[in-house]
Design a protein around this ligand. Structure first.
Ligand code: HEM
Length: 292
């Protein structure tokens, strides 16, 4: 297993044609366990989530483009702070408890895929199970989650809310946690009156972007990373969460220069700008009223 957190090395590996998400499990025991666990959690009824699909899968590529197009059409309006962002703008202003945020974000993402989507405490709990399961270090707990059907039930609940569209399950079960982190950060920025008045919406959104902690790749053939040779089936853990904190790592937040580019790479920053705009308009109005 090779863990990489240097932004330039990750960018080079993302371009390496030997590295893919085919994920063949006959490999060494540790890699086998890590891959098996992720594939088990991030699959539903025998189909992998899009984030676990190989590069040359035609259906994956076409779904990725379709979702990018769908979200792209919404970018201009959401950036202005459309009405659907009011609950999140309220939360950023400091209204509402911390526990409410997950449900609000899940609602916003779920509505992209189904107009009937209604996030609940149960669907938010399911999302927490889904994101934690591939990373559980506590082996007995991990076994219990699988044996008792906790992970299966979580996926069934989420998939049932979005017509079993696995891009949508990824959004409301996994990506939702990154967006929650963004809005937590935005609430902190907003709470400081000086920071609030000095930041443009664009700058605020940029300061609130966080990459997923890591993504997996596996070598389909032997190759070389710098001076380090790697063998077929080597597992690469690309620590984009850490790498994206460097100035030159911005494109890794959404793996923007890679075949695996996130389809929400423009929509998420636009949505965050929208929330900031909406929250700030209220604060200006409020400040003006106070000053008479
Ligand atoms: C702050 C929020 C988000 C971040 C930081 C993020 C980041 C990423 C990253 C880094 C990847 C590449 C994974 C890899 O290389 O293996 C990815 C893939 C993906 N993301 Fe996002 N994402 C976010 C939100 C979303 C949302 C809201 C959606 C759906 C509406 C979404 C849908 C997807 C899909 C479908 C893929 C798989 C693309 C493919 O390889 O075919 N993401 N995301």
């Amino acid at each position: 297993m090779i863990e990489v957190s240097d932004p330039n090395e990750i960018a080079a590996l993302a371009r390496d044609p030997n590295l893919d998400r085919r994920f063949e499990t006959p490999t060494c025991p540790v890699n086998w366990l890590l891959l098996k666990r992720s594939l088990k959690v991030l699959s539903f009824r025998g189909h992998r989530f899009p984030t676990m699909m190989p590069r040359d899968d035609a259906q994956r590529t076409s779904n990725q483009q379709d979702l990018w197009n769908l979200l792209g059409e919404k970018v201009a309006s959401i950036k202005t702070g459309s009405d659907e962002l009011e609950p999140l703008a309220d939360w950023v202003r400091g209204i509402g408890p911390d526990v409410q945020l997950g449900i609000l974000v899940q609602q916003l993402l779920g509505q992209l895929f189904s107009s009937k989507f209604m996030a609940t405490e149960a669907s938010w709990d399911a999302a927490k199970v889904l994101v934690a399961a591939p990373r559980l270090n506590n082996l007995p707990l991990m076994m219990w989650w699988f044996v008792s059907g906790k992970v299966r039930r979580a996926k069934r609940l989420l998939a049932g809310m979005v017509n079993e569209d696995l891009s949508a399950v990824n959004a409301i079960g996994i990506a939702v946690h990154n967006v929650v982190k963004s809005l937590r950060q935005m609430r902190v920025l907003y709470a400081n009156v000086q920071t609030r008045s000095g930041l443009s919406a664009e700058a605020a959104a940029e300061q609130c972007l966080f990459a997923p902690a890591s993504v997996y790749r596996q070598a389909t053939a032997a190759g070389q990373l710098g001076d380090c040779p790697y063998s077929r089936h080597s597992l690469f853990v690309l620590s984009i969460g850490e790498a994206a904190r460097h100035a030159e790592g911005r494109s890794l937040v959404f793996m923007e220069d890679s075949w695996s580019r996130c389809p929400a790479n423009l929509w998420i920053p636009a949505m965050l700008q929208g929330v900031w705009n909406r929250a700030s308009v209220f604060s200006q109005f409020h400040d003006e009223k106070l000053s008479g």
